[in-house]
Design a protein around this ligand. Structure first.
Ligand code: ZN
Length: 300
């Protein structure tokens, strides 16, 4: 048996059914209230969750104000072109090694938080997110699941001008504006998920389905990404990996995000995150259009 972990208004909580249990109380004070402490203790959470039936729940999940399951990761990664249909829609070659960029940890935000748009060329990317639960260095593909605390839903919000305005392109800043990394709603441990290698992912904007695919179509799966990254740097509990987005992003169909749009991202078994877009002031190169995108956006 595994566990489901939430960040309820800044405090770690275990989720059972529709209820949540404050983790510091449920653990008798052994684990602190900080969700980062809970992630560092993820190997104890299944046992604590199993003993919750004789305790009173702290509250109903539906009433909880949820924050990101890992609010302050040491590192946060994004993976580019990790679904064949997304590489193809962009006319890009299928990667032979993972294409990794930073989503700087300051972009991480909660499952219902607003996304602040700073140009007219901001895109959605629905993604499966993996969160590390144990310090990982030189981990094999076979052992990698043992270092993953759990999986959740994420949005790799992307400002295309900032992503492509340098030559050669450098993705990090375009992926790391404040609010560009909503994750949640709760973290589910891998052993809770019968279909952890193949779950349906859907991303809707204002109720219109834009992306629909199976996480089984990932080119580099969760185990491979954890193994690959851990051979380069030590991964720490709470580190976040946005595993990549399937085909259907906005930029290739001239359907970029606008003020007031609502982005709803669901993965079967993991839940739904819902983020409203709010148009803020422009950033320095907000009117920059990458050369290869000009024809696609000509009708705008
Ligand atoms: Zn992405």
């Amino acid at each position: 048996m595994g566990f489901r972990l939430a960040n309820v208004d800044g405090r770690a909580a275990l989720v059972v059914g529709d209820d949540y249990y404050d983790l510091e109380n449920a653990s008798g004070g052994r684990i602190g209230s900080d969700p980062m402490d809970a992630l560092a203790s993820s190997d104890q959470l299944s046992d604590i969750a199993a003993g919750l039936s004789d305790q009173a729940a702290t509250g109903k999940l539906a009433d909880a104000k949820l924050g990101p399951p890992s609010p302050r990761p040491a590192n946060s990664f994004g993976i580019g072109l990790n679904y064949r249909n997304h590489a193809e829609e962009g006319g890009m070659p299928i990667p032979e090694v993972p294409l990794v960029f930073a989503k700087f940890p300051s972009c991480i935000t909660g499952p219902k938080d607003d996304v602040e748009l700073r140009s007219d060329f901001v895109d959605y990317e629905g993604e499966l997110v993996a969160i590390i639960g144990k310090t990982a260095k030189d981990v094999s593909v076979e052992d990698a699941w043992g270092f993953v605390a759990g999986l959740c839903v994420g949005q790799d919000i992307s400002d295309r001008p900032a992503q492509f305005n340098s030559a050669p392109p450098q993705f990090n800043l375009g992926k790391s504006f404040d609010t560009y990394g909503p994750i949640g709603p709760i973290l589910t441990s891998p052993d809770e998920l019968e279909e952890r290698d193949s779950m349906e992912l859907t991303c809707e904007v204002n109720g219109e389905v834009r992306q629909k695919d199976s996480t089984g179509d990932l080119i580099f799966d969760v185990q491979t990404l954890v193994s690959y990254l851990s051979g380069i740097m030590t991964l720490h509990p709470g580190d976040v990996i946005f595993t990549g987005t399937p085909g259907g992003v906005g930029v290739f169909q001239n359907k970029l995000l606008k003020d007031g749009d609502v982005v709803t991202t669901t993965i079967d078994g993991l839940g739904t995150i819902t983020n409203k877009c709010v148009r803020a002031r422009d950033h320095a190169r907000a009117d920059f259009l990458p050369e290869q995108m000009k024809p696609l956006l000509a009708g705008k």
